[in-house]
Design a protein. Structure first.
Lengths: 306, 306
DNA sequence: TATCCTTACGGAATTCGTAAGCATG
DNA sequence: CATGCTTACGAATTCCGTAAGGATA
């Protein structure tokens, strides 16, 4: 048993059982991969993959139980190397953050700036994606830290840490009638609305609020980020619902915003890491800077109790 | 990075940093081990071991953080092979049980007998030891299942499952005065007592009971197992306190027993496994047979929530 | 027929054990 | 001076990539 065999199996499962592709990602030859997998299967005495003729098409039942074990071993190997680097070169390395648009655009910049100043030798990578993509990037090891409001708590393999609370706000062009008089769900239901897509930035809460009130909101445009929403609100297409952090009176001069926390409730942005990861010292530092309530100890504790 | 390197490091830490000894247990040459360790240290860029001149004497701080990671990787490797065997040859393999004397002698026999009948192809190994030794054998992977009443819940790396409850009983030669009249702590404190050693079979509860009552018991002989205790009780050295399961009226003809659960409380025998172990099908079967209240699902659940 | 996996083969790199060297208690 | 780790070296093994073969959509 060796690590190359395990990597081959894991990558084969990830890349849809295409060994040619696996060979490319592992920077080796395709027959090599084929052999690695066969050798491991021989040693374990089981077939991991279903073969239709000469093609791999899926996991066998033994393969299904064995694959998570393989992934945990390889996670350990990754942890080992990270731990090595931690001691060898304290303040150099890479920090890979996956975040949704809202977070990347509005919440992260201060923490990122502070981090770059404090750890100039650490290469910072920021990946943007949907909440699900953020979660997948964590699980695959592509990202060290994930930040999102949605979806992230549902993954067993991740540890979610609450960072900060935020509310939505209603934005409309200056002088728009919705800005006058009390803000209610009934009032909003009469306007064409522009807000986030399903699965993004608290859209769930917005839908739930209208549904609970027995109202049908008319969402005329669903976008993945606040900048798009604000642009169409400026064009007069409707009233916008965005995260409060995304509205800046000094920048969005043509718009006016009204907090709508009372209508749509409070959202909690989560910072997530993969369970069982070894975290670099600077990773803890970033977490502390982004979510001042969290410290290394709190992170470790959250990771410890599954 | 390869498994032989990791094994060398783990074994070096276990065997008191004596590489010659490590080489023997790993069935390889001593220079080989030396090289494996150096190579891993080079690759990780850290020193794992403290070297006094040419001798290894301890773990460095990096070594301290790296060693648990290495152990988790190797546990994964063990799980992988066990999973392989599980599918390759369903009902063959080895089941290694570590138990204290009380358990091995009085509680295990029926389950062992049933197991041997049902899985004749599985080689059963029974190791006897103190509760701490039982725990250590589980942690080191020498044993798959551990059974004891004491100590086992205190290990973080183990999952303890309550199996059954039992009480102590007082044993004395037939006709002994302690057998007449009500049984109280005061009465017992007036007798020379023979019972278990510290750390064995509920001795803690016995001490606690006397202490809570403000009494000083005279333990004239502390043994590690009930057979020794009973032998000296038969010789008239004193009154015995043993686990009820260890007293059999049909076999111990010269003795009489009186339950003392009211005096010393109820003990719970724990079955323990190492956290994160892959368990063979027959291992689950043994657990179910030994503790009919437990099934595979219950075991998995207990292991899942840390 | 194009894609994709397996088998075959030969050169290169790695691995490992023996023997010798050296430091320490 | 006995124990224990390191270095040196050569043989054996293993590893891996190229090239050819065969099966499937």
């Amino acid at each position: 048993m060796n690590f190359q065999q395990l990597r081959s199996v894991r990558e084969a499962a990830r890349r849809g059982f295409n060994l040619t592709e696996v060979a490319n990602t592992l920077h080796t030859s395709q027959p090599g991969v084929s052999r690695q997998i066969r050798e491991l299967e021989d040693e374990l005495g089981i077939e991991i993959f279903v073969r239709a003729g000469k093609r791999l098409t899926g996991l066998t039942p033994p393969g299904g139980t064995v694959l998570p074990i393989i992934e945990s071993i390889l996670q350990g190997a990754g942890n080992l190397q990270r731990a090595g680097r931690e001691f060898a070169r304290q303040d150099t390395g890479t920090l890979s953050i996956a975040a949704t648009h809202s977070q990347a655009r509005y919440a992260l910049p201060p923490a990122v700036q502070e981090f770059r100043q404090r750890f100039p030798e650490v290469q910072l990578r920021l990946h943007q994606g949907s909440p699900r993509q953020v979660a997948e990037m964590l699980l695959s090891g592509e990202a060290d830290i994930g930040i999102a409001t949605e979806a992230i708590e549902q993954y067993d393999g991740l540890v979610a840490l609450p960072c900060y609370r935020w509310t939505h706000c209603v934005v409309a062009p200056a002088g728009h009638p919705v800005l006058e008089g009390p803000l209610t769900l009934e009032r909003l239901a009469r306007e064409p609305l522009i807000t986030y897509d399903h699965g993004f930035t608290g859209r769930r809460r917005i839908d739930a609020a209208f549904e609970d009130a027995g109202l049908a909101a008319q969402v005329v445009l669903a976008a993945m980020d606040a900048d798009v929403i604000k642009a169409y609100v400026e064009l007069g297409m409707g009233v916008g619902l965005v995260a409060s952090i995304a509205f800046d009176p000094e920048r969005d001069l043509a718009l006016r915003g009204v907090d709508a926390g009372a209508l749509f409730g409070i959202n909690v942005t989560q910072l997530a890491i993969k369970r069982g990861s070894f975290l670099r010292g600077y990773t803890y530092a970033f977490i502390e800077s982004f979510a001042p309530g969290l410290d290394a100890q709190a992170v470790d504790r959250a990771m410890a109790d599954a």
